[in-house]
Design a protein around this ligand. Structure first.
Ligand SMILES: Nc1ncnc2c1ncn2[C@@H]1O[C@H](COP(=O)(O)OP(=O)(O)OP(=O)(O)O)[C@@H](O)[C@H]1O
Length: 241
């Protein structure tokens, strides 16, 4: 049995609004879910139901106002030093707008090399950058370009390459193909599926498109008005597992 990597338990989130009369708006209530090794949990629900907020909480980019997130059984609030670093490295988020997730003023080479710097890799970085480019199906000639000189699909591949350099255990994918042409969407989905099979990465996948969720997810969580209505088995057959 493959292990659980991330769990959200009883997650709630309320945003405050109004400066004079402090009011709060509850966006998530008592949401419990888990992301397992080599598995995809799809997250669907109407616009404004709290999907992105939940994804950001699970990825550690936002703190919940109730409940907790556990990474390998450890509460994120208790992670310090090396453990905190490990979480930051092993849980990565991929966004809908690939160009926006890359620094527009940095070449692709710089964007990838700076992640290697974060990992403390020196000298041998060049080879690794080339290897990861190959994994995401890109040629080395893109290295000297800026994100604005690449297509949406190419930028999403680079965003993935950047995450892969950190050797992630979990990828939180927020509408990763929605900004792309249909044919490019399919390529990215196949790439994501292959990466998961080869590396056992766990995915939390937000998408408005049932065919996208059906392709990758074994389980699908339905969020409505900030509450998890149900989690059900996905269409495993379609993914050919
Ligand atoms: N930083 C914030 N401050 C206040 N309210 C916020 C904040 N972030 C999100 N919200 C509110 O929380 C609710 C849920 O937003 P969220 O983006 O999580 O929904 P979503 O399901 O991802 O929507 P979509 O499918 O349209 O992307 C919305 O009403 C939104 O306005």
């Amino acid at each position: 049995m493959l292990g659980t990597l991330l769990r959200g338990v009883g997650i709630g989130k309320a945003f405050s609004r109004g400066i004079v009369r402090r009011r709060t708006r509850v966006v998530l209530e008592d949401v419990t879910l888990e992301i397992g090794e080599g598995r995809t949990l799809g997250l669907v629900g109407p616009s404004g139901s709290g999907k992105t907020t939940l994804a950001r909480i699970v990825a550690g980019l936002e703190t919940p106002t109730a409940g907790r997130v556990l990474y390998r059984g450890r509460d994120l609030r208790d992670l310090r030093g090396g453990e905190r670093k490990a979480f930051r490295r092993r849980v990565q988020m991929i966004f809908q707008d690939p160009e926006g997730s890359l620094n527009p003023r940095k070449t692709i080479r710089r964007s990838l090399e700076e992640v290697l710097d974060l990992r403390g890799v020196q000298g041998g970085g060049r080879q690794e950058v080339r290897e990861v480019l190959e994994v995401v199906g890109m040629e080395a000639e893109v290295l000297d370009r800026l994100p604005s000189q690449l297509s949406g699909g190419q930028n999403q591949r680079i965003a993935l390459a950047r995450a892969l350099i950190l050797e992630p255990e979990v990828l939180v994918l927020d509408e990763p193909t929605s900004a792309l042409d249909v044919s490019v969407q399919a390529q990215i989905l196949h790439l994501l599926r292959d990466l998961q099979r080869e590396r056992g990465i766990g995915y939390l996948l937000i998408s408005h498109h049932p065919e996208v969720v059906g392709f990758l997810a074994q389980e699908v969580a339905l969020l409505r008005g900030g509450r998890l209505l149900r989690i059900e088995g996905g269409e495993e057959g379609k993914a050919g597992r």
